[in-house]
Design a protein around this ligand. Sequence first.
Ligand code: C2E
Ligand code: MG
Ligand code: MG
Length: 607
Amino acid sequence: MLSFAVALVAVVPAFLPGHPLLQGLSALLGLVPITAALTAVWRRYQRLTGDLRASHAAFRTIVKSSVDPVVIVGGDLRITFASPAIASLLDVDPGSLSGLPLVDAIHPDDRAGLFGSLSAPPGEGGEFAVRTARVRTRDGQWRLVQATVRDLRADPEIAALVLYCRDVTARGRGVDPELLELSLADPVTGLPNRTALSRRLAAVQRQVATHPVALALLSIDGLASATSRPGSEETVLRVLTSRLTRELRGEDWLARGKDGDFVVLVDGTVSDAEVVATRLITTLGYVATPAGPLTATAGVTGLAPDIDPGEALRRADLALSSARAAGVGSVHRYDDALRIAQDRRSTLAVDLAGALARGELRLAFQPVVDVVMHRTVSVEALLRWRHPELGDVSPQEFVPLAEESPLITELGRWVLFEACETVARRTDDELSVAVNVSARQIRSGELVTDVVAALEASGLPATRLIVEITESMLLDAHVAGDLETLRELGVRVALDDFGTGWSSLAYLVGMPVDVLKMDQHFLADVETVPQRRALCRAVLQLGASLGLPVIVEGVTTPGELRLIRDMGHRYVQGYAFSRPLEVDQLAAGAWRTVPELAVATSPEVTA
Ligand code: C2E
Ligand code: MG
Ligand code: MG
């Protein structure tokens, strides 16, 4: 810069007219502003190069003082710098690594996973990536090292890849010779895989008596839809892995669990694990995918000396199931009540398999009333189970259990036959019967055959059978086809729990549905809260606008009944008229007449 200024001083006088002295003077005067400007430029240049040197120095200082080893790799994937902390990890002199190809230190089986992302052009692999690989120590053994890779190749001041390394070899056991044989990293995210997790858990468990460690199990929702485009799954998983990694504290340890879950070994108590899990769920909300931001749910549990790793994972899993039931974004911690509930579910699932053969199942029938004509138009068949030890078990508890196995098809078939036969034999010629059909049953493809067989065996006309389904089932084109076939036979289709699956509302137009049953939760607080009343009215209007009759379910009090009638609605099912009836009560026929004053008088009419 200074030599450029000298050159200018030599050249400029040649262009000035007049006396040589004047020329020289004016040249000097004219040069003052130019030189001042040049000096300023020169100072700025000095400051910038100083800044650059300072930022390099600051960068090196930060890197050097880092407790975790840091390795800097140039564009040719040769090591340009290794921080002093590498010495304790690999037992090598950090200076001796400069210039060596990184690949030489990596286990052959792990090279593809590590270099796949490192050799991608800058930016493509994401600014951060997490990779786990076995790295050779000086005496030829292997350590499992997890590196958070910062791609700064596009940064002119650094122009390198920076690998922040952590030793994730199972601690307290020395070097495990089996590491040579096993692949311990998840190929997509680069995180330790389930095998590595089990090893780490086993090692950590021996220390938890003196140092608390907890487990957080994170299940990411919507990954399937977020990654439906080919190749997008890996990208999303990598982005979310780097997000999660950035949120972790020093000793927290992230791995891949079963079914694509993420597992964090949290350095701290179960309360710390809750905080970490909540933070991770929040951060996932910032990961945008084509299907929207990601959501997650978590289960946490503490590790203890007397709990083996498998049991710890089962506990976290139980907590996760409980969190899932509570809704997206929940974080639940394991407690013994969850185990008791799980044990009950297991007992019920086993016992349900033989319940039918042992005669423990029966049907109850709840009237649906036409409040204009004051008569019962149909009855809904509701499954009942009296367990020999546990007593009455709600269908809300055991039907979902049956749905988890092919048992639901057998139960559903029995309900169809039993319902058709009961109504055909024990009631008048007018009454219809509604049967609930589960998703699995309808997807089995046997519904049409079962319905036809039940109608034939009982002699019930098809026009007196109603099949109750839920909104989500309509999304399956195959199911819609089966329902259409049933309607051609004369069977009616009712949409149960209407209003709870808003997403498919527009979809309902033109669907094979004859009746809507408004879900009972729309009746909550309608008597006291005007907004709830408005919501209920809106749902009923939506139903009516689809041109279909609406049955209002769960009308429990006379007040609710009055409101529903005042809104102009005709079909009602609920305790306000009748609880579900046993078969002999149905045969007795007391339900047939609906007292006109039932609407006005308060006492619940129970049969
Ligand atoms: P759902 O089909 O919506 O049945 C209505 C539920 O509301 C029944 O519960 C009924 O007893 C209850 N209910 C009726 N009136 C009132 C009322 O005024 N107030 C209140 N609070 N509740 C009322 P239930 O019998 O416990 O059945 C629960 C669910 O279990 C049913 O909901 C249905 O989804 C399922 N379910 C019952 N039987 C069967 C079956 O045979 N097959 C299948 N797949 N599912 C069934
Ligand atoms: Mg129903
Ligand atoms: Mg319902």
